[in-house]
Design a protein around this ligand. Structure first.
Ligand code: PLP
Length: 393
């Protein structure tokens, strides 16, 4: 399990060498989220190699303009706009699509926009949200969306002007065929369609569809640089040119227009090149699959299909207790605290082995206690996170 001190653990990224010993980056043993990665040397180098630091509020920052045209080319959407975070990407997109109330947004009840954006749609866009829980437990279908959309001028209702999807959601991929059907329906009805694509990179890397094709079905998409891609910060909104003008206006309004932001957009571009185009997400998906298999060997099942970089353990399936996790993980030198496991590009192979050891202990503990296996009922629930789980997504 422990690796020799002269060599870095296999598969791990090291930050440097001190007194002949590798310095391990802390994220190598951290399974809480793919936000915990630290910028790679090439991301940091991209800041140092910037020649001109212009003002992005004047659209004069070359590094930022380059990132935006690079993303336009990569995705095939006519325009793009860098924003500070995934939340800002979603909220500014929502605000820019909508006019004035009464209006409603149909979305997945388990989505980030519905749960983890501090109620932003209500405050910033005065929107009524209509959360729908997929009966297949994994993704919304056209039929469910059709049944939930308010397509009426009856004064009792708030007409639906926007549908928001999320892909991946909890690491699971939404089938392209379903997206296509929903898109066709939305266009026929004149309803805008937004995608929270914080982890769309993972979907594409895992074979869940072609990037250009997927985004073509949406009026806007928000993509994250700071999740699986490992950049220190930032997201980008893509869409039509007129829409992006509104986006820039509202981004300014919420304080998201910044000055020499090349220090963030430089690393963001490197992150796309190094981690996404460089094929580094594949290993994270393989490791997630390996964890799924190790868990299955112990009799465990998952709560959500393991399509990309997340493994959602069903503790009940082995009669285990989720509250055992933090201590067992800590003893193994890991950061991991509940049923969700997130694999990112800086996770070491050693950490994976240790995690498999924790799986065994969870099952042993269950046996000692005489826990009775029971699968959790209903769609893969997205329990609200409590205060001790505020590590973010
Ligand atoms: C993390 C996340 C966001 C928000 O991103 P922040 O940068 O944390 O604001 C939005 N949507 C999804 C699906 C996410 O996972």
């Amino acid at each position: 399990m422990a690796s020799s001190s002269s060599e870095p653990p296999k598969g791990a990224t090291i930050e440097g060498v001190k007194n002949g010993k590798p310095i391990q980056i802390p994220a190598a043993y951290d399974f809480r989220s793919d936000t915990v990665t630290t910028p790679t040397p090439s991301m940091l180098q991209s800041i140092m190699s910037i020649h001109t630091h212009g003002d992005d509020v004047f659209s004069e920052d070359t590094t930022t303009n380059n990132l935006e045209s690079f993303i336009v080319e990569l995705t095939g959407k006519p325009a793009s706009c860098f924003v500070m975070s995934g939340t800002m990407g979603n909220q500014v997109s929502i605000r820019s699509h909508l006019a004035q109330p009464p209006h409603s947004i149909v979305l997945d009840s388990r989505s980030h926009i519905n749960n983890y954006e501090a109620g932003g749609a209500a405050v910033l866009s005065q929107a009524h949200v209509i959360p729908v829980t997929p009966t297949n437990g994994n993704y919304l279908t056209l039929e469910e969306i059709e049944a939930s959309v308010v397509d009426s001028d009856d004064i009792h209702y708030a007409p639906t002007r926007l549908i928001c999807l999320e892909n991946s959601l909890k690491g699971a991929i939404m089938p392209v065929e379903e997206i296509q059907k929903i898109s066709k329906f939305a266009r026929e009805k004149g309803i805008k369609l937004h995608l929270d694509g914080a982890r769309l990179w993972n979907v594409v890397a895992a074979g869940g569809g072609d990037l250009k094709e997927i985004v073509s079905y949406f009026d806007s998409v928000s993509l994250c640089f700071s999740k699986g891609l490992g950049a220190p910060m930032g997201s980008i909104i893509i869409g039509e040119k007129d829409f992006m003008k509104r986006v820039r206006h509202f981004r300014k309004m919420v304080g998201g227009a910044t000055r020499q932001i090349g220090i963030a957009t430089g690393p963001a571009r490197t992150a796309v090149e190094e981690i996404f185009l460089g094929g580094k997400l594949a290993r994270t998906h393989e490791l997630a699959k390996r964890l799924e298999a190790s868990w299955a060997k112990l009799g465990g099942t998952l709560r959500v299909p393991c399509d990309t970089n997340m493994v959602w353990l069903d503790l009940g399936s082995v009669g285990g207790d989720e509250t055992d996790i933090p201590k067992l993980a800590k003893n193994a030198g890991l950061k991991w605290d509940w049923e969700r496991i997130v694999v990112h590009h800086q996770i070491s192979d050693d950490a994976i082995e240790r995690l498999e050891g924790v799986f065994e202990k969870l099952v042993e503990n269950a046996k000692v206690r005489g826990g009775v296996p029971s699968n959790k009922k209903g769609p893969s629930g997205y329990a609200r996170r409590d205060a001790k789980r505020d590590e973010n997504d």
